[in-house]
Design a protein around this ligand. Structure first.
Ligand code: AMP
Length: 258
């Protein structure tokens, strides 16, 4: 069974994000980039399936700029067998990525595609669902456990008030939730070995996919700054303090309804 696993290059989750001065987007200049954390979990799951003898090959795919090669090399160091970069400088939106992945899936014919449930940069949570729809394959999103046997896949999903277990026929699309596994670290020998693993580069045009953005970002702003914490001695001081907060003062001056 071949498993396709997707890896997106995003701003490292430890980095404090800066907004460009003109509000047109996030400043990516000199910023540390890394593999999307949910994709590390997806890679780990795919590699575990191969180690368990269920998967025969794990192919990592990334779509984006040339530097996504680094992210793919990390996936190879974590255990993927080979990698595919769909290279473009166009700012890719989830539908474009889903179409590219569909084209790769039709070429590679995997039995399973594992994506992260969400990219931490756009927080879209759309690509896996769109890919499943385009391929007309069943999907198990937000998987927190995965079991593959007899051409079927069982996935447990955390839902409101409990856990749901789904069974889907293969080929299928799965998106990985945080609790699916704990990803391993890439060891130095594996990082060295990864340099020799095959990495194929293709383009959206070669796959016949139009990746023109369909959404326009109008404005990006910093989150509201938090007010400094004030320590008060007692309730009387707290009430006096609250009364001077502008929103509370406004409420106090508004006439009360009956
Ligand atoms: P999103 O729908 O943007 O929140 O992304 C969900 C998942 O789709 C990510 O965790 C990745 O596994 C995959 N994905 C999104 N964009 C890309 C990309 N440019 N290259 C590879 N995988 C991607």
């Amino acid at each position: 069974m071949k498993v396709l696993v997707t890896v997106k290059r995003v701003i490292d989750y430890n980095v404090r994000v800066r907004i460009k001065a003109d509000g047109s987007g996030v400043d990516l200049g000199n910023v540390k980039m890394a593999m999307n954390p949910f994709d590390e979990i997806a890679v780990e799951e795919a590699v575990r399936l191969r180690e368990a003898g269920i998967a025969t090959e794990v192919v990592a795919v990334s779509c984006g700029v040339l530097a996504c090669q680094d992210t793919l090399r990390t996936a190879l160091a974590l255990g993927a067998d080979r990698a595919i970069l769909i290279q473009t400088d166009v700012d890719l939106q989830p539908l474009a990525v889903a179409k590219l992945l569909q084209a790769v899936a039709l070429k590679e014919v995997p039995q399973l595609v594992i994506l992260g449930k969400q990219a931490i940069d756009d927080d879209a949570n759309q690509t896996g669902q769109m890919l499943a729809a385009l391929l007309a394959w069943p999907q198990a999103t937000f998987a927190s456990t995965l079991r593959v046997a007899d051409g079927k896949l069982q996935a447990t999903r955390e839902i409101d008030g409990g856990q749901e277990t789904l069974e889907v026929a293969l080929p299928a699309v799965v998106t990985a939730d945080l609790r699916l596994n704990e990803p391993r670290y890439a060891t130095l020998p594996n990082i060295m070995k990864a340099k020799k693993k095959p990495l194929e580069v293709s383009t959206p045009a070669e796959l016949g996919v139009d990746v023109t953005p369909r959404l326009t970002t109008l404005k990006v702003v910093e989150p509201l700054k938090r007010q400094a914490v004030v320590m008060v001695a007692d309730v009387a001081e707290l009430v006096a303090h609250i009364a001077h907060i502008p929103q509370v003062a406004t409420l106090r001056n508004e006439p009360r309804g009956n």
